[in-house]
Ligand binder design. Structure first.
Ligand code: SF4
Length: 322
């Protein structure tokens, strides 16, 4: 069974806020209004391209704060998605923690929404305030409970390197999220986008973004803790998009097209280095066994792990599949 996620971006609709890092039109690569008819056509078109017998397709409403839309508008979108209920595996949507209440949960249950992802970003109320989020971490706790009690899968999205945050606060967010037991998380290092308040703070020298190396190292630690807690990490870093990259859309920050791959490579590097240090190895070949699907992570993005071990220990890495 091949799994597909069909993302439908609803840019900035449903959101009455103005987070200092946000420029939804740049993030989603879409700046036009989306209608229920567009959604119907998009799903139909997508389903016609997949082998239905052997595919599982999840419709995902992303880009804005879905449950901040008028109830009638939410219902119109959900109704369209549910027209395809026999052909899709579920409906996923992203929203803000303060846009979840019992009335909204009832609507989501009526249309069999399977996963709700909350934009948590940080568990530090001062950081949330400095970034103009307009909610507190207590809202995340309340919304997470309502979603879990409704037997809807819970996702959390968090950011690393927000204005006012630091590595300790970021790792505290990881631990506070773990306490709420979401089913999955996405980790997004903050990227300074053009036409945002964060851009001004960066240009004024008030905000200092993480480097790719620092953000990757921190993401690695976050991924390790989430995985140890049995929480699925479904995304690390923003998806690359031409829209994001063109015309100086990215002003600063740890943006890299292969960011997630770099983080996964670092996790494997740590595993290998631990063995090397433990056995006090150098100037030799080192055979590392992994699954076939993990070979590129073991060797590392652009062979970064092979080169690292060669330079630091004069070790030649040989990856073998089990
Ligand atoms: S709540 Fe989400 S969509 Fe709204 S401004 Fe903040 S990041 Fe952007």
């Amino acid at each position: 069974m091949r799994k597909y996620n069909l993302p439908i971006f609803i840019p900035h609709r449903g959101c009455r806020h103005d987070c200092i890092f946000c420029n939804q039109r740049k993030i989603t690569g879409v700046d036009t209004e989306v209608t229920p008819d567009d959604v119907r056509n998009r799903i139909k078109e997508f389903l016609s391209t997949v082998d239905e017998e052997n595919s599982s397709v999840e419709v995902a409403f992303f880009g804005g704060s879905f449950t901040g839309l008028e109830m009638a508008t939410q219902e119109a979108f959900l109704k369209v998605a549910s027209e395809f209920k026999s052909e899709i595996s579920g409906i996923r949507l992203s929203t803000r923690p303060d846009y979840i209440n019992t009335e909204i949960i009832e609507l989501l249950k009526k249309y069999n929404v399977t996963t709700v992802e909350l934009g948590v970003q940080s568990s530090d109320d001062t950081v949330l305030e400095q970034n103009n989020r307009g909610h507190r971490f207590s809202d995340v706790k309340i919304a997470s409970k309502l979603i879990k009690d409704a037997k809807i899968a819970l996702g959390h999205q968090m950011m690393l390197g927000m204005y006012g945050s630091d590595p300790l606060k970021d790792m505290q967010t990881v631990r506070d999220i773990i306490k709420l037991s979401p089913d999955c998380v996405r980790i997004y290092p903050v990227i300074t986008l053009k036409d945002t308040k964060l851009e001004k703070l960066f240009k004024d020298g008030v905000y200092k973004p993480y480097s790719v190396v620092d953000a990757a190292e921190l993401s690695k630690n976050a991924v390790i803790e989430f995985k140890e807690a049995g929480i699925d990490v479904i995304r690390i870093g923003l998806h690359s998009s031409d829209d994001l990259e063109e015309d100086g859309g990215i002003v600063a920050g740890p943006y890299h097209q292969a960011f997630g791959e770099i983080v996964e490579s670092l996790i494997f590097r740590d595993k290998m280095e631990e063995k090397i240090v433990k056995k006090n190895l150098s100037d030799c070949d080192f055979v590392f066994h992994c699954k076939k699907s993990e070979v590129s992570k073991a060797v590392g993005h652009k062979k970064m792990n092979s080169e690292y071990l060669s330079q630091k220990y004069n070790i030649q890495l040989k990856v073998k599949t089990d």
